[in-house]
Write a protein that binds this ligand. Sequence first.
Ligand code: 6R9
Length: 645
Amino acid sequence: MTELFPVPAEFAKQALIDEKTYQEWYARSVNDPDGFWGEHGKRLDWIKPYTKVKEVSYTGDVSINWFADGTLNVAANCLDRHLAKRGDQTAIIWEGDDPNDSKHVTYRELHEQVCRLSNVMTDLGVKKGDRVTIYLPMIVEAAVAMLACARVGAIHSIVFGGFSPDALAGRIQDCDSSLVITADEGLRGGRKVPLKANVDKALETCWSVKNVLVVKRTGGNIHMVTGRDHWYEELTAKAGATHTAVEMNAEDPLFILYTSGSTGKPKGVLHTTGGYLCYASMTHQYVFDYHEGDVYWCTADVGWVTGHSYIVYGPLANGAITLMFEGIPTYPDASRFWQVVDKHKVNIFYTAPTAIRSLMREGEEMVKKTSRSSLRLLGSVGEPINPEAWLWYHRVVGDNRCPIVDTWWQTETGGILITPLPGATALKPGSATRPFFGVKPVMVDAEGKVLEGAVEGNLCLAEPGWPGQMRTIFGDHKRFGETYFSTYPGYYFTGDGARRDEDGYYWITGRVDDVINVSGHRMGTAEVESALVAHPKVAEAAVVGYPHEIKGQGIYAYVTLIQGEEPTEELRKELVAWVRKEIGPIASPDLIQWSPGLPKTRSGKIMRRILRKIAENEFGALGDTSTLADPTVVEDLIENRMNRG
Ligand code: 6R9
């Protein structure tokens, strides 16, 4: 029996949503979506109010529109509208990599910085609809750059600072960015990241980029190209401090964010203006039970969707105090998170299971020596949280006092979809529990048959849906329909498997496609494979995930070398370094097995099911192997398997 954690009485007293409200609102959100969202859309400031609410079709030529005839500006909603009431309140608490480095930025100061950068961008010729690539560390300027794009109507595409020059170049080319905003170097865990040098390398193959803005973060020695590269500080200092936000349609694009899928190149997930902001701000308020004045900290990087929705857009639209952390959980030591919590009196803390697992290893003392008495609520995101990590988080970090919201969602969904509401939902460790307003989970089997009751199956979402959903894949609407709406016609297919229990709670079991989740980061196995086969000594490669104690999943690569090449330890290291260079450190294979052959069907398809089993060290249960072209291949793979744990 799973232990049940009811809403603590202390928490219930102040909670925004109780069980009765959840039930009422949920019923209305799915039975009368126009009425429900028509009301909640008003949480934003509209220039021209909408008269239409929801126009959504998951069939045929999939089209998703919300608030379609309204106009607004995202930056005005995150900044300008707060100035009268809370201009002097902190908007962002920035905590540097170095524990002695932190600052508070008020709404008024942030507004001015955004106006200055908006003017600079306009002077550089950036217009509504143009794409801007942001490749920055976790500094305040990252939020400023996002909001300045939103203010002038440009579409930002943030590329995580850990991606390689090649990965960056691919993402710049796909959307033809005209401007790149970067820094001289990043700083993480005391180590420098050569951001500007990476941009220089990437731009050797990107012809669309006219200008590069460079923030001075470390003062490190970098090369500036005359006419193309400009210092951020110089231009913003000269620019005007006021700017009129551009009027945007609710369905004008706000940002593109590249994410890995099961096939092909990363997809440019496109989110738009009105629906996205409504949903990000509403989920931020209710899932985190955000009250005026609370200090809220999400430890993600702005390079991922969690950083977009729950460091910048959701919190700032709500006039919240949001903490931005430049560093890593283990620097200077494994107590850093909790020291930052005490230093800034953090009330709401949102992190990933991989971070919790790696801190668990360091022992309770690293947590217990801090107070954490300011904490009221904890959150988890990025991958399934195992009950052991959940219980440790609850007992050790939260002193048995703080509810945990295990929030399931995706880059594609824009905001949290399945989650407890902390004042309403009794918790079960390891379960993301119940759907948020407007979200209708449907379980289907492999044939697409809808399953009722307590079952395990593939997780789909039915209409009416929620306004924060992605609208298309940038430049490829056909692929959008094929990827998400063709597997189970009429439904959005998430790519995740799930179990629904007798109480209607959802337990996400992980991806059922060829996407693996390494430390909460999504990786397409196909991407790692194509990086490997690009190496001159590699003939063929197949990549699968396997259970990893800290990362959740590790990357296991089966590699077949070109005839005559020697499988040496040196070559193994070279291949790991090669993948790091091609994609970035997050894609480094944990294990590489030399494979004279790969198990294939007679028609030549790699049988990944078998490779997964061997990687999991579960080779006793390989299932049906009768279609194998050459069964001896499998014997060799089992004998030389790399994971024997
Ligand atoms: C927000 C984010 C999405 C994939 C998703 C699922 C996994 C995220 C989860 C979770 C179980 C949770 N995932 N949160 N699985 N419980 N609370 O992470 O977006 O990077 O696009 O990843 O992550 O597999 O499909 P993204």
